[in-house]
Design a protein. Structure first.
Length: 166
């Protein structure tokens, strides 16, 4: 997926969520996601997506950052039978939902319903929350052979960092 295509999708997701303000998306490797996950969440393993909400900067202020593992996105796409570009879009959408203030561990399904509606309107395959249908039970590598997949959002101490694969 090109940087331009990714930027266009981020803009589309922001519009769909009526989210104003800047955000940054980093697509990198497992080692970088492991390092970020360890630093901000105390978990020494890679994860698919991390969200770092910005301190409240008002409506038009910065919204935060999203970091995505290209390696996990590629593996998930292969396992689930869709393109890596679609998987990156799913991860971006999930991360941006968190930056917009949604929290699937605490919102009684509000984020899941919003992700489902947006995923359908954007023509994307199964979203992170609905693909495992497990409530708040973590999705583990055992559940998917050897490929870890996205799951629950967990706040990091003092940083606001969140992840979908604990």
């Amino acid at each position: 997926m090109s940087q331009l295509a990714l930027s266009r999708f981020v803009a589309l997701a922001k519009r769909a969520l009526r989210l104003q303000g800047e955000l940054t998306v980093l697509v990198t490797d497992n080692e970088e996601l492991r390092r970020l996950n360890r630093r901000f969440r105390g978990k020494n393993k890679p994860t698919d997506v991390l969200s770092f909400p910005a301190p409240s900067g008002g409506r038009d202020g910065p919204k935060g950052d999203v970091a995505i593992s290209a390696e996990i996105a590629r593996a998930n796409a292969k396992m689930l039978g869709h393109s890596t570009a679609d998987e990156l879009k799913i991860l971006v959408l999930h991360g941006v939902l968190h930056l917009a203030g949604y929290d699937h561990e605490r919102d009684h399904g509000e984020m899941a319903r919003k992700e489902l509606r947006l995923r359908k309107s954007l023509g994307l395959p199964l979203g992170l929350i609905e693909r495992n249908g497990r409530g708040s039970k973590p999705f583990t590598a055992k559940d998917a052979g050897s490929t870890p997949r996205a799951r629950t959002r967990t706040a990091a101490p003092d940083t606001g960092a969140v992840a979908t694969n604990p």
